[in-house]
Design a protein around this ligand. Structure first.
Ligand code: GRF
Length: 186
């Protein structure tokens, strides 16, 4: 069975969507590792609920990005990770990780890339007056929200309630991430 590592920094609803789909057999894979760079993040509780091993680290305790990425990649090597899913991991992936796991790392982003890169994509698009929002899953390279696109889904919305919009986008994210991981591991 293929093994996934999921990297997250915060809430972890995408983590949970993938973990639940693996548990139910909808995805024929195992979430073998949760990597989190923030102590106390809610994703850690979610991982415990699913019995997923979690690697929590403090980036400031390392001399450089290469050093903590080496530690993470060594752990992934020891587990035999096949696919790395970034899900709200708020860091740019560096050379060390890319040289070892490049081509096996995907990210989910809440916009129709290349529009609205960055950490506030939904709000930025909403303020811009966008009428067709969306979600993108892409391979990860050294650029912010760059890398070849794997899958996209549009979320049309003409209302004025950003909370409602965010809920719609997150729902679309969870569906698209499960479907996309399923395709990639086959
Ligand atoms: C999602 O909107 C994802 O697209 C973005 O960060 C958010 C993470 O949400 N990269 P969650 O932690 O999975 O709930």
């Amino acid at each position: 069975m293929k093994k996934l590592a999921i990297f997250a920094s915060g809430n972890g609803s995408n983590f949970e969507a993938l973990a639940a789909a693996c548990q139910s057999g909808e995805i024929d894979a195992q979430v073998a590792l949760c990597v989190c760079d923030k102590a106390g993040a809610y994703v850690i509780e979610r991982a415990a609920k699913y019995g997923v091993e979690t690697l929590v680290f403090n980036p400031k305790a390392f001399g450089s990005k290469a050093e903590f990425e080496r530690m993470i990649a060594d752990k992934m090597d020891s587990l035999g990770i096949d696919l790395v899913c970034l899900a709200g991991y708020m860091r740019i992936i560096g050379e060390e990780m890319l040289s070892r796991y490049g081509g096996k790392i995907i990210n989910i982003h809440p916009s129709l890339l290349p529009a609205f890169v960055g950490a506030h994509a939904i709000q930025d698009a909403f303020e811009y007056g966008v009428k067709v929002f969306g979600v993108t899953i892409h391979y990860v390279d050294q650029t912010l929200d760059g890398g070849k696109i794997v899958a996209q889904v549009a979320v049309p919305y003409e209302g004025s309630d950003i909370d409602e919009l965010e809920a719609m986008i997150h729902k679309a994210e969870h569906r698209l991430y499960v479907d996309t991981v399923n395709k990639l591991i086959k």
